[in-house]
Structures are given as C-alpha cells and as structure tokens.
Design a binder for this molecule. Structure first.
Ligand code: PFF
Length: 468
C-alpha cells in the first residue's frame, strides 16, 4: 500500500536508503555509461576530470541541495514549487516539465536498443538464430536502427516497463525497484571492469582517459571544455528540471538534506569514472577508437564483446543489461517528474489524483514521441532534420540539455532564497555544515559558471565559433 504524504497525496519514500537509491538511480544513466568516458577522453582526459569535479562540487552540489530543498519545502512538483515562490515563476516550472518529456522521447529509444542488444547477446550465448552471430557490428546496428518496426517495438517495451514501475508509486514502485536494481548494477559494473582492465593492451584505454592534456585548455579552449563538462554535469546529475524537486518533495522531513545532496553527486561521479574503466580499456585493447554517440555503445563495444570469443556474449549480455538498468532507473525519474506536475494540478482542484491513470496517459504521449524518434533511425531514414543536427535525438538533446537544463539551473540559483535551503537543511536540529560554502557558491560561482556553460553549449551546437 502506497504510503501517503498528508499534504500532496502523491507518495513518499519509505527510507533514507530507498530515497538515495532512487535519486542515484536517476542520476546514473546513459549519460554516465557512455557520455562521460567519451567526453573525458576527447576533451583533455585528466584535465577534463579535474574541471568536472570542480563543477560537481561548486555547482552540482549547490544546485542539488537547492532543488531538493525547494521540493521538500513546498511538497510540490516543479511547476507548483516555482509557483509557490511566486506566480510569475511558473514559466521556469514549465521549462522544467517539458525537458524530461523531451529527454524521455530519445531516452526510451536508446533504452529499447539496450533491451535489443541484451536479448541478442543472450541469443549468442545459446547459439540461437536471434543472436548477432558473426555479423559485422556496424552493419548489424545500421540494419537494426533502420528497421522501423523493430526499433519502435523495443522503444515501446521500454516505455511500458517505465510506466509499470511508476504506476506502482513512489515507495511501492520507484523505491522498491531502485533498491534492488542499483546494487545489482554496481556489482555488474565491477565484474565488467575486472574483465576490461585485465585485457592485454588495456593500459592504452586508461591513458586515453587519465592522461593530462592541458592543451585542451589553451586560449579559449577552456570555455569549450567547461561547456562540455557543464552540460554533462547537469544531465548526469538530473539537475535543472523537475526530477530532484519532485524527489525532494517525497523526502521525509526527518532525513538529513545536506547528506543526501552530498551522496548523490559523489555516487554519480564514482559510477561515471567506473564506467570509463569498464569501457575504455576494452575498446583500446581491441585496437578500436572510441567513437561518439550511440556508435560507442552499440557498435564499438559490441565489436569488443565479439572479439572476446566464447565469453563475449556473456559479458555482452551483462553489460547491456547493466546499461538497461541504468537507463530505466533514470527514465522512471523522468516520468515521475512530469507525473508529479500533473498530479499537483488535480490536487489544486481539490481532488485526489489517480496516479495510475495520470502515469498511463503521460506514458501514451511518450510512447508516441519515442516512436517518432525511433522512426528517424538516428537520421538514417531520410526524415527532415532540425537546427542543423544530424538526427532527431541530437535536435531534441540540443533543446533539453543545451538550453532548458542550464537555464533552469541558472534560474534556480538566482531565484530560490538561501534562507529556504537553510531552513530545510537545519530541520530537526541538524547542522548545515557547508552553509558558508553554499551561500558563496550559489551567489557568485554557480550563476557565472552556468552562463558560461549555456554560451559554450549554444556555441558548440550551432557551430558559431564564438570561442575559437
Ligand atoms: N542522469 C541521467 C543520465 O546520466 O543518463 C539522465 C537524466 C535523468 C537526465 C533524469 C535528466 C533527468 F532529469
């Protein structure tokens, strides 16, 4: 039976651990497993890591605690939460509600790809005809992505699974699933790392990731790196939109806010680095180059598993299952973020929200957009393209990750009173140990960094050459 929060009737996390697993589950996703290692390697390796860590501490942590505090204080989803501050801020809330909806449309497609690849590797394990067999990984991927029926079906399977979990409620669905899934993901990741770093030639991959290359910072290069690292950080920590506000609204008042806000970025960054250790050594050991985008996950890494011989399909199955788990614990948070907004609007009318109905209706809308993005086949099927991007995924990502998220986080830093965070962090007599640090960062560092990130992202996406 779903435990009801008196104020909002939307639900509540049953335990601090459950909340952390759900929040870390939201943060750990495709962004960690493929975005981070590649971006780190391509943007100065260790130099990127240092900048990323600085951003996580000075910007990520402070935005995280601010969003969680706003959610818990107001007990509302993103639109209601900003409206509670002032009616004129409702538009920030709407930006925060649109972004997850956009992200879900491509995230579901990629989640569907993971299911397909986990199943195909399982097929190989049993020598079945539905495995990948000896097919060339690039050709196999190309054939799959342009197979409109299959890609839509796998995306829809992913959407249905997401909807089923979120229909189960905060403690009965999201928390229950994440509490089992996240530790399982961690164990699988450790197994894949052990295999990856013990392959002959693995050290080159470690060098790709960790070799300091300060040349990436030369001239205005640091702004480009900052923008890449900043965009990655917002996406990876699920910040700048509705998720952490909604999860904060389900966090019981007796849980220490500061501790939660520290643990989530720490765990997320740890997993991102671990993901690099799991993938990059294996890529280089196989004599391959890490590619950008979905090609890294589904072509390069599949080639690696194929080259491992007998055990390859086992590691392939394990790896794609792991990526699927990471993706679904993120997609449930995205769907919950929007559902919270819809449930609030019912509550505002004085009625009790029907979670199952709301989640299902929103799920159907996502099934439609996810199918459309899947039909585009990463730009392979000749559909018209937008904003100068090569596929719908990139165009949607440009709006969500490039614009809405940094803008949302920027508003969050400027608008939310520090007194609100202080009040939430010191409930039940808790000490807000990082208060001075927080006050300084939220006033001076976070806004400046976010404007730079926003400019750098726009510059990168539109190829304006502002910083070259
Ligand atoms: N943080 C997830 C990842 O790294 O893949 C993606 C994500 C989930 C982004 C939830 C935003 C969000 F609100």
């Amino acid at each position: 039976m779903e435990q009801l929060n008196h104020e909002n009737h939307k639900g509540q996390f049953g335990s601090g651990f459950g909340f952390l697993m759900a929040a870390v589950g939201s943060a750990v996703g495709l962004g960690n497993l493929w975005g981070f290692p590649y971006k780190m390697g391509a943007n100065g390796g260790f130099a990127f890591l240092i900048l990323y860590l600085i951003l996580v501490v000075f910007v990520g942590y402070v935005i995280m605690i601010t969003e969680l505090a706003l959610g818990r204080k107001t007990g509302k989803g993103v639109v209601g939460a900003y409206k509670a501050l002032s009616k004129k801020y409702a538009f920030i809330g709407w930006m925060g509600a649109i972004a997850p909806w956009l992200i879900l449309s491509f995230y579901s497609m990629l989640g569907g790809y993971c299911i397909k690849y986990a199943v195909a590797n399982l097929g190989d394990l049993f020598g079945a005809s539905w495995g990948i067999g000896d097919a060339n990984s690039g050709e196999y991927f190309g054939a799959f992505t342009s197979d409109m029926v299959q890609t839509v079906i796998f995306s829809l399977i992913f959407v249905v699974l997401t909807v089923l979990i979120v229909r189960g409620g905060v403690s009965g669905g999201i928390e229950k699933f994440s509490t089992v899934a996240m530790p399982a993901l961690f164990i699988m990741l450790v197994i894949v790392i052990i295999r990856s770093v013990t392959l002959p030639g693995a050290s080159e991959g470690l060098a790709f990731m960790f070799k300091p290359d300060w040349s990436a910072f030369e001239g205005t290069g640091w702004i480009t790196v900052l923008a890449v690292a900043g965009g990655q950080m917002f996406f990876s920590l699920s910040l700048g939109m509705s998720i952490m506000i909604a999860y904060g609204s389900y966090l019981p008042k007796d849980q220490n806010l500061e501790r939660s806000a520290l643990v989530i970025p720490f765990a997320d960054t740890l997993v991102a680095i671990m993901a690099g250790l799991a993938t990059m050594p294996a890529v280089f050991a196989s004599g391959l180059e890490p590619s950008q985008g979905p090609g890294l996950l589904f072509i390069t890494l599949q080639t690696v598993f194929h080259s491992m011989g007998g055990f390859g399909p086992f590691f392939g199955f394990l790896f794609y299952t792991l990526v699927f788990i990471a993706a679904i614990t993120s997609s449930i948070s995205l769907l919950e973020g929007i559902s919270a907004v819809a449930m609030d609007s019912v509550i505002e009318k004085g009625e009790k929200p029907d979670r199952k109905k709301i989640v299902t209706i929103l799920g159907i809308s996502i099934a439609i957009t996810a199918s459309l993005v899947s039909l585009d086949g990463l730009g392979a099927n000749g559909f018209p393209q937008f904003f100068g991007q090569g596929c719908w995924l990139d165009a949607i990502d440009l709006i969500a990750e490039g614009i809405l998220m940094p803008l949302g986080a920027c508003y969050c830093a400027i608008i939310i009173p520090t007194s609100l965070v202080d009040e939430e962090a010191t409930l039940n007599g808790a000490r807000f140990r990082t208060k001075n640090f927080y006050d300084f960062c939220i006033k001076f560092i976070a806004p400046v960094m976010m404007v730079l990130v926003l400019l750098g992202q726009l510059d990168g996406f539109f190829g304006l050459g502002m910083f070259s």
